[in-house]
Design a protein around this ligand. Structure first.
Ligand code: UD1
Ligand code: CA
Length: 448
């Protein structure tokens, strides 16, 4: 049996109050629609899903990423109309079509699978997902006959007070036999209340002609959350955070207060790492084993080896080897690579620089476009003056050099192996190995 999916994302997002389509807004660091597409892929769709987008929705195309196909709904005339626009791409391609919405990012891959398997096992024409929500407001309600068979879905706008009290809602995931789908979509009529063509009317259509309609109930009603407003987006963020954090705790990561650790979907963390509160792990961050991260730390696209410590610091696009200690109050910027046992201390900033093993920068200072060797001591207040107002210039500090406090290294410049600079030096010329320079501009000590 083969199947693929249609993901509807061409609506106006009126309730979301945004200039951008709501499905491109991030959830756990990824566009909302990406969560839907990834779950479908994990569930094992036979061919790439078709995303139905509005005209000029290049942002949605981009957010969906590779591996999706697109159809355009010229005007948002309702979910039933939206699904029709996928027909030219999908007709005859697979046995069954799953239709879902781009604003349902919490449905798990296992749930898609369970729905498809039930649909297939029961030989149904249409199978859809339902949930029991404590507050069903805003969702379509499932109307059943006395035998419990699903007869139709009634949208909130059309529901009478009694129907509104029904707790069983339509989640918005349907699996339909392909040959039945297209003519059925063509027969849908606009709703009297809103003038929109409702996809949900497929259920009444199928039931009326005696086709087999089945339902599958969600085990975790959180998965049913549809994101129509920013309030629901925040709710989804909270649910997603809990899922991600639970996963990492079960994989051996200690979170002191899981409510206050923000881990994006693409992050990886090694066991026995401990994460303190108010820490943000973002993008493609990778953390090794036994690290201690936080509190008050942001790691964005950072790569850390094992046994690292990062306290109250911001690390972006930097790579740290094992046993590196950063902070408190350091800022590592893109292109920074720190070798084993480097220590970057208080109020230090490093950008686009490579630092060798065991080098220490315990206090405030700035390294930019620098190559620093092993076992170097960078004194308090050291600055690489890498920018002359027009161009950036490199600084090289060789192994075991000692940079005295408040040294200005006016790039391009090289400090040789085991060389020393005196406190307050302004180094404008290369320093030969094993030489002490001092003063402004810095000169070697005259020989006696
Ligand atoms: C829909 C369902 C409702 C269900 C709920 C679950 C219908 C008629 N109603 O309501 O039964 O309980 O989802 O969250 O389907 N879209 C288009 N083109 C359009 C209109 C919408 O592509 O012309 C897309 C939207 O971008 C969105 C999705 O379809 O991603 C759902 O539309 P939305 O307006 O959010 O439907 P709900 O009112 O939430
Ligand atoms: Ca919705």
């Amino acid at each position: 049996m083969t199947w693929t999916a249609i993901v509807l994302a061409a609506g106006r997002s009126t309730r979301f109050q945004s200039e951008r389509p709501k499905v491109v807004h991030p959830l756990a660091g990824r566009p909302m629609i990406r969560h839907v597409l990834e779950a479908l892929q994990t569930a094992g769709c036979s061919t790439p899903p078709v995303v139905v987008i509005g005209p000029s929705a290049s942002e949605v195309r981009e957010a969906a990423g590779p591996g999706a196909r697109f159809a355009t709904q010229p005007e948002p005339r309702g979910t039933g109309d939206a699904a029709r626009w996928a027909e030219p791409i999908l007709r005859g391609e697979v046995d069954h079509i799953l239709i879902t919405y781009g604003d349902l990012p919490l449905v798990r891959p296992e749930t898609f699978r369970r729905l498809i398997e039930a649909h297939q096992a029961r030989g149904a024409t249409l199978t859809f997902l339902t949930a029991h929500r404590a507050d069903p407001t805003g969702y379509g309600r499932v109307i059943r006959d006395p035998e419990g068979r699903a007869l139709r879905i009634v949208e909130e706008a059309e529901a009478d007070p009694e129907e509104r009290r029904l707790p069983e809602i339509n989640v918005g995931v349907y699996v339909i036999r392909e040959p039945w789908l297209w003519p059925a979509l063509a027969r849908l009529q606009p709703s009297p209340a809103k003038g929109e063509i409702y996809l949900t009317d497929l259920v009444a259509l199928a039931a009326a002609e005696g086709a087999q309609v089945e339902t599958v109930a969600l085990e975790d009603p959180d998965e049913a959350l549809g994101i129509n407003t920013r309030v629901q987006l925040a709710e989804a963020e909270r649910i997603m955070r809990r899922r991600i954090n639970t996963r990492w705790m079960l994989e051996g990561v200690t979170l002191l207060d899981p409510e206050r650790v923000y881990i994006e979907a693409g992050v990886r963390i090694g066991p026995d790492t401990v994460i303190y509160p108010d820490t943000y792990l973002e993008g493609e961050t990778r953390i090794g084993r036994r690290c201690r991260i936080g509190p008050n730390t942001i790691l964005r696209d950072a790569v850390l080896g094992d046994d690292c410590i990062v306290e109250a610091s911001v690390v972006e696009g930097a790579v740290l080897a094992d046993r590196v200690h950063v902070g408190p109050f350091a800022h590592l910027r893109p292109g920074t690579r720190l070798a084993e046992e480097v220590h970057v201390g208080n109020f230090a900033e490093i950008k686009n620089s490579v630092v060798g093993p065991r080098t220490r920068m315990h206090h405030f200072g700035y390294l930019g476009d620098a190559t620093v060797g092993a076992d170097v001591n960078i004194g308090a207040g050291t600055v690489t003056c890498n920018y002359d107002g027009v161009r950036k210039h490199p600084t090289v500090i060789e192994d075991e050099a000692f940079i005295g406090s408040d040294t200005m290294l006016v790039a391009p410049v090289r400090v040789g192996r085991k060389a020393k600079t005196g406190a307050g030096s302004v180094v404008t010329r290369d320093v030969p190995p094993e030489t002490l320079v001092y003063g402004v501009p810095a000169r070697p000590r005259p020989s006696p």
